[in-house]
Design a protein around this ligand. Structure first.
Ligand code: GLU
Length: 487
């Protein structure tokens, strides 16, 4: 159905931070363009002067870059197309397809109230369609300034074959009356500007959220009025929360925007995978949930995009995160962890690169975010503060066996000449068990863990000790023995 002439777009409004819904729509457009060798256009719909902010522009651009979503044209800025918009407004007025409407807000409210009372569809009743020059002059003399409305065809069935939802039909009488295309200050509105910009950019396929279904009908009327080629349309379902509410920044805070995920060190691959898979199923294997974007490009099709609502579940996303950490090499995780380590003042520079990679491989598979790394690797470069232990850890050292274990361990360490091999650590712990008469398990290992790291949690003990090496382990055990003696 598509070939390399395909031209799609993502036109976010910079009136808020980049929303996950926009990311998912961008992904579907991006995938479609890549699959067919088409063109993906990025446009900022920044005509709302009060609500558009440069910080949101940066947030959107950074977000796309972070996710690896690239575009072939843009970012175009709708605000730069003003002259062209005004020209098309004039053209429509000249052709009798748009007209000045002088209704006040009060009058519009009255119309709605009376429609409500009669159980009619609410909207503008098109009363200023046929104003005479005389009437217009009178309104002007009253100080009224007109908006411009597009004249919808009366009672006409508009339809399109939605690429995701199938045949869609909307009657113009259900569209709330002739839509405003330009405000009384001349600023044009979304439904009009989007048609002009999409047409001028040669967009021939529009994939966007289902919240635009009614707009699509209005836009088709505009395309037809202007005698322009109507693009293909596809509407993806909205993202809901597990409570079946629309995922919104206002109600659901940070989880709806992309910034939280960037700041907390989520892997963009995991977010991309999760968002694509929310409505798209892997062809031929609907149980396959983990994939990379490059893997999806050649097999992507809107036929596999479902129209049922997508549900956002943070717990589910975390599962994807863990799976992607497993797929990412220790080298890559180490590289990406750098800024997070720096922020927490944690440096592994006393270790060789091989040792650093060993540390990362030890913790990597249980990670959800990169920001968990500093806490988890702290043990390798920070000596625990024994005077500030949590209750459980303190109890561990207070246990009468702890002294025995740790003193014996000190002796055994003095007899060892290396701990670098895991086997050497295993032998050491074996000896510790036989010489103290305490079976290998929590009773034996927890005091050692606490002495080394200040916590009973953390990576595998054998690996941890072998990476720390004889010198550091000896030092920490000595410190804990002195500490216990002086207590
Ligand atoms: N600026 C609109 C939005 O962010 C674009 C919608 C569309 O794709 O036409 O919702």
């Amino acid at each position: 159905m598509f070939d390399s002439s395909l031209k799609v777009r993502i036109p976010p409004s910079p009136t808020g931070p980049l929303h996950l819904g926009t990311v998912r729509t961008a992904l579907y457009n991006f995938l479609l363009a890549k699959k067919h060798g088409g063109t993906f256009v990025f446009r900022l719909e920044d005509t709302d002067r009060e609500r558009s902010k440069s910080e949101y522009v940066s947030d959107i651009i950074n977000g796309f870059r972070w996710l690896g979503i690239t575009w072939d044209e843009g970012p175009l800025r709708q605000s730069e197309h003003k002259a062209r918009h005004q020209m098309v407004v004039k053209q429509l007025i000249g052709e009798g397809l748009a007209y000045e409407c002088f209704c006040t807000t009060e009058e519009l409210n009255e119309i709605r109230q009376s429609q409500r009372a009669q159980n009619l569809v609410e909207g503008y009743d098109n009363r200023h369609r046929g104003l005479t020059e005389e009437q217009k002059k009178n309104f002007r003399e009253q100080g009224r300034k007109p908006v411009i409305r597009f004249r919808l065809p009366d009672n006409k069935e508009l339809f399109w074959d939605d690429l995701i939802r199938g045949r869609m039909t909307v009657n113009t009488s259900d569209l709330g009356g002739d839509p405003v295309i330009a405000k009384d200050n001349g600023d044009v509105l979304y439904n009009f500007a989007v048609v002009v910009d999409d047409n001028d950019a040669g967009i021939n396929c529009v994939i966007r959220g289902e919240d635009h279904l009614h707009n699509t009908a209005k836009q088709i009327a505009l395309y037809e009025g202007l005698n322009w080629k109507v693009p293909k349309f596809g509407h993806v379902s909205l993202i809901l929360t597990t409570n079946r509410e629309k995922l919104s920044k206002r109600k659901h805070g940070d989880i709806a925007g992309i910034t939280k995920y960037i700041n907390e060190g989520y892997l963009p691959e995991a977010i991309v995978n999760y968002l694509i898979g929310m409505s798209w199923t892997y062809p031929g294997d609907d149980s396959k949930e983990i994939f990379t974007i490059d893997e999806v490009i050649p097999i992507f099709s809107l036929d596999n995009v479902s129209k049922s609502s997508a549900v956002y579940d943070l717990g589910k996303l975390h599962w994807f995160c863990k799976e992607h950490f497993k797929l990412t090499s220790s080298e890559e995780v180490l590289k990406r962890a750098e800024p997070f380590l720096e922020k927490e003042n944690i440096s592994l520079n006393e270790y060789s690169i091989e040792e650093k990679l060993k540390i990362i491989s030890l913790i990597k598979d249980g990670l959800i975010t990169l920001s968990e790394i500093p806490q988890q690797v702290k043990v390798f470069c920070k000596i625990p503060d024994l005077s500030n232990l949590e209750i459980k850890e303190k109890e561990c050292l207070d246990d009468p066996n702890a002294k025995l274990i740790l003193e014996k361990l000190k002796d055994l360490l003095n007899e060892s000449d290396s701990l670098n091999e895991e086997q050497q650590v295993k032998d050491l712990l074996e000896k510790l068990s036989s010489e103290t008469g305490i079976k290998k398990g929590k009773k034996l290992f927890w005091p050692v863990r606490v002495a080394i790291s200040g916590t009973v949690h953390g990576p595998d003990l054998t690996s941890m000790l072998s990476i720390l090496g004889l010198g550091r382990v000896k030092d920490r055990i000595e410190r804990v023995n002195n500490f216990l003696m002086n207590e």
